[in-house]
Design a protein around this ligand. Structure first.
Ligand code: FPP
Length: 254
């Protein structure tokens, strides 16, 4: 069991939730909002709004059971190519979420962090994000890491550029660059790699998400559309995760 430091006290937790052994880092691709909206005869944006409620549920559960880091793929570098109206709606939703939730995150000792090319965000959204990160920076419980305007290949290119600059400045020899060094230049620097990556919505791909960090993650693909993803399903996945043998390329039992 993880230390009490990471648990957010919640008297409404079920016995199953209280007894679960939390993974350190869970990453999620929140897919299926559009199809959920279509299924309910609604506009796509309604699916994203319903998806934001699932975000609340997952953040609460993960903090309550003692997960250290929850990374959510909120907006990919490729999502900029969606119709302008949908992009605008997603940005509004994000801004609204940050405004509404920053206080609650702080109360629950949750630190907000963001990865991605945040410089592409409109200034009001970026300001709201920076404010939320600053106001929750002292949170020593769970880290909620939002991937926004994020692409794994962009992140690796940015890290490679930063390392090149250090080499050019004579601070490092090329031969001295190792895994730790490169990882220290990623948006996720300082965070443990994900133990579990869950994708909802029935597709079997990782779509440019955490390409470096998922090297040894256990992958779960669920048919559930993101707005329907429940606390119970996450608990089932975590229980299954504990049944898997993680060998990290080694021989079993050694
Ligand atoms: C993918 O579903 C989902 C997204 C591109 C956006 C995810 C955003 C949210 C869950 C809500 C806002 C987030 C926060 C953190 C408040 P899709 O639109 O590709 O669904 P489809 O495959 O069914 O079309």
């Amino acid at each position: 069991m993880v230390s009490e430091k990471f648990r957010t006290m919640n008297l409404h937790m079920s016995e199953a939730e209280q007894q679960i052994n939390p993974p350190r880092h869970i990453a999620m691709i929140m897919d299926g909002n559009g199809r959920w909206a279509e299924k309910h005869g609604q506009l796509r944006v309604k699916g994203h709004e319903a998806g934001a409620e699932t975000v609340d549920r997952m953040v609460s559960l993960c903090a309550e059971i003692g997960v250290e880091v929850l990374t959510l793929y909120a907006f990919s570098s490729e999502n900029w190519e969606r119709p302008a109206l949908e992009v605008a709606a997603l940005m509004r939703l994000l801004q609204h979420y940050l405004r509404r939730e920053t206080g609650r995150l702080r109360e629950r000792n949750i630190r907000l962090r963001a990865i991605g090319r945040l410089q592409r965000l409109d200034l009001p959204v970026r300001r709201e994000l920076e404010k939320a990160c600053a106001e929750t920076a002292a949170g020593s419980g769970m880290t909620l890491n939002l991937a926004i305007s994020y692409g794994g290949r962009d992140e690796l290119c940015d890290a490679a550029r930063a390392v090149c600059r250090e080499v050019q400045a004579g601070q490092y020899a090329c031969e001295a660059i190792d895994h730790q060094h490169l990882a220290a230049h990623l948006g996720t620097a300082g965070l443990p790699d994900p133990d579990i990556m869950i994708r909802t919505g029935g597709e079997f791909r990782i779509s440019n998400f955490l390409l470096w960090q998922l090297a040894y993650a256990e992958l779960y693909f669920s048919d559930t559309l993101w707005p329907d993803f429940s606390r119970e399903e996450l608990l089932r996945i975590i229980r299954d995760f504990h049944q898997r043998e993680r060998r990290f390329g080694r021989v079993p039992g050694r």
